[in-house]
Design a protein around this ligand. Structure first.
Ligand code: EPZ
Length: 432
């Protein structure tokens, strides 16, 4: 089984190109099947999650042509089924966007319940409530783990979300974009990827206003047409490299980013003692000393992202003094702390709060990636640790980070993907 072998202690230095936003791509890929005309999408990250989504689209008759590594053409004029199932689709959270897309286009959808990272219970009641309000009276989960939604007709509705949810906001935009009349989504999520999916739909002829605020207004249009679109850069991939710079006392410039999307991340890096330089489409992080302690609470955008919570915890684990990290989005997102403790961290988790007593250094250990972001955070910890670390279950990391190993190597990291003891020994000989 492949794992990362890492020898820590090298400050990361250099420039790294950030790819397209995975969580925008999942919504945009689903949206692309809503027209019969060809759609060209650029800056699609080539990661396991988007690969699974493309497989799901193909399984119902969508033609997906790969123009180059990050550009695809989607032709969805011959979709032959409204039912999407298969093991690959269970693995990704974003598979539920196919319900909104199929319901919106064909008024009928059946999709296997999504999987994704195990970071909490992750209910979909808000999605289903919205589908029902739009006219899919039977929307719900049936036996065999399928989500179903069928409607005779879809009519605009006024939908109040009980909590800020990215998934339901995007799914309800998809389902309502061709509904008759006006839909209003109140308490909508404001994440950059929500805005990106709305912009993409508008390029296809939709009439969506207010994305990026907490009230989104959608006037139904009869049909969507083909378009060409470039996905925004990935806020979380960028943030992960920024924290890698902070934790290894490095000097890293993340390129091809939208600095505005990174403000909450940059602000925390400044608080813990890093220097930040912003230009139009790049952010440079310079860290020269041990991180300072601070407190942080994850919040919906523009707050500090839950998807950056493990990375900042890893940094604060090395800070002088006590820091408190509060997770307010998902109830089970501190599982990685056990692994970090094996590397010498001193962190106590009490329900949704981690109380961190900073240590001076981490020590290499044999650990596993429990989920995508926590896996990436543990890699960062290993890059700063004394000695060697091996990280198993890197398939989780590959769900959302393209060429993570190659990008880190280009910044000077001593990290390699190894398969088996012999390759591990070779890596140790080379780096010893
Ligand atoms: C999206 O998940 C992202 N996934 C997550 O990224 C991200 O952590 C999360 O948004 C928050 O930003 C994708 O975009 C594919 P939510 P999602 O709906 O849509 C509760 C990553 O690492 N809720 O915004 O599933 C829910 O339990 C992943 O890339 C309900 O109660 O998250 C949570 O507490 C991990 N009922 C909160 O809302 C619902 O019907 C926010 O969830 C829906 C959500």
């Amino acid at each position: 089984m492949e794992q990362y072998a890492i020898k820590g202690g090298v400050p990361l230095v250099g420039e790294v190109e950030i790819g397209g936003a995975k969580n925008a791509a999942l919504g945009i890929l689903a949206a692309s099947i809503m027209t019969d005309e060809p759609v060209l999408i650029e800056n699609v990250p080539d990661v396991r999650d988007t690969q699974a989504m493309i497989q799901a689209m193909e399984s119902i008759g969508t033609v997906v042509e790969r123009i180059d590594k990050h550009t695809i053409r989607v032709i969805a004029s011959n979709i032959h089924s409204r039912v999407v199932h298969g093991d690959y689709i269970k693995r990704i959270r974003g598979s539920y966007y196919l319900i909104g897309a199929l319901l919106g286009k064909y008024k009928s959808a059946e999709v296997t319940l999504p999987g994704g990272c195990n970071i909490g219970t992750r209910p979909i009641d808000q999605h289903l409530k919205g589908f029902r309000a739009l006219g899919a009276k039977d929307a719900g989960v049936i036996g065999g783990g399928m989500i179903v939604a069928h409607a005779d007709e879809l009519k605009g509705a006024h939908i109040y979300l009980d909590m800020v949810t990215v998934g339901a906001t995007i799914n309800l935009m998809l389902a309502s974009v061709m509904a008759e009349g006006q839909t209003i989504i109140e308490n909508a999520a404001k994440e950059p990827h929500v805005v990106d999916v709305a912009n993409f739909l508008n390029c296809m002829g939709a009439n969506i206003k207010g994305a990026g605020t907490d009230v989104i207004r959608i006037k139904g249009v009869p049909v969507l047409h083909g378009t060409e679109y470039t996905i925004i850069p990935d806020q979380i991939e960028a943030g992960t490299f920024m924290f890698a710079a902070a934790v290894t006392k490095g000097d890293v410039t993340v390129k091809n980013v939208i600095p505005k999307h990174l403000e909450s991340i940059s602000a925390k890096l400044i608080e813990i003692g890093c220097e930040i330089e912003e230009s139009d489409d790049a952010v440079r992080v310079v860290a020269t000393k041990r991180p300072l302690h601070t407190h942080v609470k994850t919040l919906p955008y523009p707050g500090f992202p839950t998807d950056m919570q493990p990375q900042i915890t890893v940094a604060l684990g090395l800070a002088e003094g006590t820091s408190i990290v509060t997770e307010s989005i998902f109830e089970n997102r501190f599982k990685y702390v056990d692994e970090l403790t094996r590397m010498g961290a001193n962190i106590k988790v009490e329900s949704s709060t981690a109380i961190i007593e900073g240590v001076t250094n981490y020590t290499g250990a044999s650990i596993s990636a429990p989920d995508l972001r926590a896996g990436a955070a543990l890699v960062i910890a290993a890059l700063a640790a004394d000695g060697y670390t091996t990280i198993d279950d890197i398939r989780y990391i590959e769900r959302g980070y393209e060429d993570f190993d190659l990008k880190l190597q280009s910044l000077g990291a001593m990290l390699e993907k190894v398969d088996g003891e012999r390759e591990l020994q070779k890596f140790k000989l080379k780096t010893g």
